[in-house]
Design a protein around this ligand. Structure first.
Ligand SMILES: Cc1cc2nc3c(=O)[nH]c(=O)nc-3n(C[C@H](O)[C@H](O)[C@H](O)COP(=O)(O)OP(=O)(O)OC[C@H]3O[C@@H](n4cnc5c(N)ncnc54)[C@H](O)[C@@H]3O)c2cc1C
Length: 248
């Protein structure tokens, strides 16, 4: 199937690629992409999950969720069913598979917190940290613990956290925050806030967000990323690590 990643991705940049529809029987080392809300897909051997992995059900006392399910759908389900621990998904674009792989979250609320099983394997078989997991297999479904008490106040808190973030097309934070530092502040200090590379630039609202002003392309993003890494290293001796995934 042909997917134009400039149409799928939240930054509206990417290549048109022939991708495989993947299930548990035909997977053959393709790189699985969900909603490309954290990924710049410029090439590669790409797979997307079959639609049968888009489901939410309560099974054996756990919340079983297909990895193709959108974060929004799971958020809506947990709100409707008064389930706690998924409030942060209200403000997170993407799919459950991508979110688990990235250990996505806000503040101390991370998707791995309530996770019990991935493809029937215990989550303890995998390592999770700040915006990463060591899962090197496709995620088809996951089981989560069910705790009562959806918290609307948290939803409000997460909404407020978005106030200093750009509204333009982006992939969220470009770099992880180095320990004890803020990537955005460092990018600002090296003079890149508001600076454009072609039609992509470090946002004037929050310098850690690369935004597409309309006609950005993969080369623009890569140039911007490399320039920020170079300048921050020269100034602070710190190697910034991308949070976004660049797939060539
Ligand atoms: C405006 C904006 C704000 C954001 N804010 C936040 C935030 O506050 N916190 C946060 O954590 N993230 C944030 N993000 C990033 C993004 O929302 C999350 O990383 C999201 O959960 C990624 O889901 P996805 O399906 O789009 O993943 P993709 O971008 O499609 O993939 C991300 C990674 O996961 C892998 N992957 C995807 N699906 C699977 C699968 N089924 N099996 C195995 N690997 C898979 C991909 O290969 C890739 O390595 C933000 C993004 C945007 C655009």
């Amino acid at each position: 199937m042909i997917i134009d990643f400039s149409k799928l991705s939240t930054i509206a940049i990417g290549s048109k690629l022939d991708v495989k529809i993947v299930n548990e029987d035909n997977y053959n080392n393709e790189l699985i992409i969900g909603r490309a809300s954290n990924s710049l897909v410029c090439g590669g051997n790409i797979g997307v999950l079959d639609d049968k992995y888009n489901f939410i059900e309560i099974k054996n006392g756990y919340l079983r969720v297909g990895a193709k399910t959108s974060n929004r759908a799971l958020y809506n389900f947990t709100k409707k069913n008064n389930i706690a621990g998924f409030e942060f998904l209200s403000k997170l674009p993407g799919s459950i598979g991508g979110s688990i792989k990235m250990n996505a979250g806000m503040k101390s609320y991370e998707i791995s917190n309530n996770l019990v099983l991935i493809n029937h394997k215990s989550k303890n078989e995998f390592k999770f940290g700040y915006r990463y997991s060591h899962i090197d297999e496709p995620i088809f479904y996951a089981d989560f613990e069910i705790k009562d008490g959806f918290n609307s106040e948290l939803v409000e808190e997460f909404k407020n956290m978005r106030k200093n973030q750009p509204k333009l097309l982006s992939l969220g934070s470009s770099f992880k925050n180095p320990v004890g530092n803020y990537a955005g502040a460092m990018i600002e200090k090296v003079g890149l806030k508001g600076i454009k590379f072609g039609d992509v630039g470090f946002s004037e609202v929050h310098a850690n967000f690369l935004v597409n002003y309309g006609n950005g392309n993969c080369e623009n993003v890569i140039k911007a990323i490399n320039e920020a890494k170079k300048r921050v290293f020269e100034e602070f001796g710190i190697e910034l690590q991308e949070e976004i995934k660049i797939i060539l």
